[in-house]
Design a protein around this ligand. Structure first.
Ligand SMILES: *Cc1c(COP(=O)(O)O)cnc(C)c1O
Ligand SMILES: [Zn+2]
Length: 450
């Protein structure tokens, strides 16, 4: 089943189309691009429509007999086929698709009773999907599988990224596996030790930069090359499969809520795209409400979306986003930084002030009637700790998910018998932070050593 994908501007008043082989994160008009599948509707009929494909996806999960069926990304290849390959041709797949031998995306949601008790929900209705179980320890592997597939399609010999840690770890792991050089820019001193170690270990060229993640990201865009950050629309395609797996496990029963931490907002972009496409293609008949959880110390989306800055809520508005408001907010942030007043969260993975997928996230929120909330460091740490009591681990930024659900249950926005899927984005790579938490008996879930 071949498709004819294109890259298309996210803003409908521009709507410019680029060939799928062109390498450019931004449209001429300065906005991000989407991968689009203009003829997918008609292709869908050829394979018997959504019910038939849904069956194929779950059979691949249960009986996968090649690495592309085992991979939690590539078993959904019909829905992300920008490669335009025959999705049953093993030979073609092994030539084109990049995979860590089928190991990425082998995740699914779990019920976690201790977390449910903590947040005040019915244990049967709370599902948490630990993306930390990916090979490099975070959800980023979903996007790297597709991002690298595109890099290989266009013959890139080297990729570059800015990173708060998990992007560079994942990029370096795939680069090592594919024989592609990886250049990494990370903000000095603002990255968890485990995440700093990984790219070094996988042979990437690591450069420590001054300032914060946003400055490293700007530098990467200035340098150019094959950028493997989430501004790359092909990375977004892989991250859509996080949602496919959750829905596949829930037998395509759509949950009421979908909760995710927000940093650079690549996931927020991917989840909205995944859901609206599934709706359009007839896989689901309604959409869950998306909840994006910011740190209260890096809360750009929260502040703008909820009108906490200059009183005007920032909305998608059919692509006519109020860019002046964003610029004003960024000036305000620059001023805070110059005065050394920019707050610093210990949840380094979401310590991002100028999220590159801000507009795409607004679009996702628009389509899903979404909400944006913020949580504090202590609540994220408690969230991380209570996930541990269920025998899973997640990092502090992922602790934003239980923390956010708890806040919304307390506000009576999420009800205890609503169905909620939360994405635990990464696993622990900062063991000292966790030991410190447990040594302090004042912490809610402290488990001090004797
Ligand atoms: C990258 C990352 C995030 C932020 O995801 P975005 O898609 O950039 O919003 C959150 N949690 C973890 C563990 C991450 O690695
Ligand atoms: Zn454009």
């Amino acid at each position: 089943m071949k498709t004819d994908a294109v890259q298309q501007c996210t803003i409908s008043t521009c709507n410019k189309i680029y060939d799928v082989r062109e390498v450019r994160p931004y449209c001429e008009c300065g906005n991000l691009l989407d991968v689009a599948y203009p003829s997918f509707g008609s292709h869908l009929r050829i394979v018997g429509g959504p019910p038939n494909l849904r069956g194929i996806f779950s059979r691949r999960r249960d009986y996968g007999n090649n690495i592309y069926d085992e991979s939690g990304v590539w078993r959904f290849r019909e829905l992300i086929n920008f490669m335009g390959i025959d999705t049953e041709d093993l030979e073609a797949m092994s030539r084109v698709l990049v995979s860590l031998d089928g190991a990425e995306g082998r995740t699914r949601p779990y019920q976690m009773s201790k977390v449910a008790n903590h947040v005040g929900m019915n244990p049967e209705n709370l599902w948490l999907q630990p993306e930390g179980l990916n090979p490099s320890g975070s959800f980023k592997d979903n996007g790297m599988a597709t991002g690298y597939t595109h890099a290989k399609m266009v013959g890139a010999l080297e990729v570059i990224c800015a990173s708060t840690g998990n992007t560079s770890s994942s990029a370096a792991q795939y680069g090592a596996n594919e024989g592609i050089e990886v250049r990494v820019l990370t903000p000095r001193g603002k990255i968890a030790p485990g995440k700093f170690a990984q790219p070094l270990q996988y042979g990437a060229h690591v450069r420590e930069t001054d300032g914060k993640f946003d400055d490293a990201m700007e530098e990467v865009l200035r340098q150019g090359g094959y950028i493997i950050n989430s501004v790359n629309p092909f990375r977004i395609e892989g991250q859509k499969t996080i949602i496919y797996r959750a829905l596949d496990w829930l037998k395509w029963e759509v949950p009421d809520w979908l909760v995710v931490p927000g940093g650079n907002l690549g996931n927020a972009a991917a989840f909205g795209k995944a859901l609206t496409e599934l709706y359009q293609w007839g896989f689901i008949d309604r959409l869950p409400r998306l909840v994006i959880v910011n740190s209260d110390k890096a809360n750009t989306l929260y502040a703008l979306y909820n009108g906490r800055f200059q009183g005007e809520p920032l909305r998608w508005n059919d692509g006519n986003v109020n860019e002046e408001l964003i610029e004003e907010f960024y000036k305000h942030l620059d001023k805070l930084e110059n005065e050394d007043k920019l707050p610093e969260t210990e949840a380094t993975a979401i310590a991002i002030w100028k999220p590159r997928s801000l507009k795409k996230a607004l679009r996702s929120l628009h389509h899903t009637d979404g909400i944006v909330i913020q949580v504090g460091d202590q609540d994220m740490k408690d969230g991380m700790a209570v996930v541990g009591l269920n025998g899973f681990d997640c990092e502090m930024a992922s602790g934003a998910v239980p923390a956010g659900i708890k806040q919304l249950v307390e506000q009576d926005i999420i009800h205890r018998d609503d169905t909620v899927v939360g994405i635990l984005t990464g696993r622990l790579k900062d063991p000292q932070q966790i030991v410190d938490y447990h040594r302090n008996p004042k912490n809610l879930f402290a488990n001090p050593p004797m």
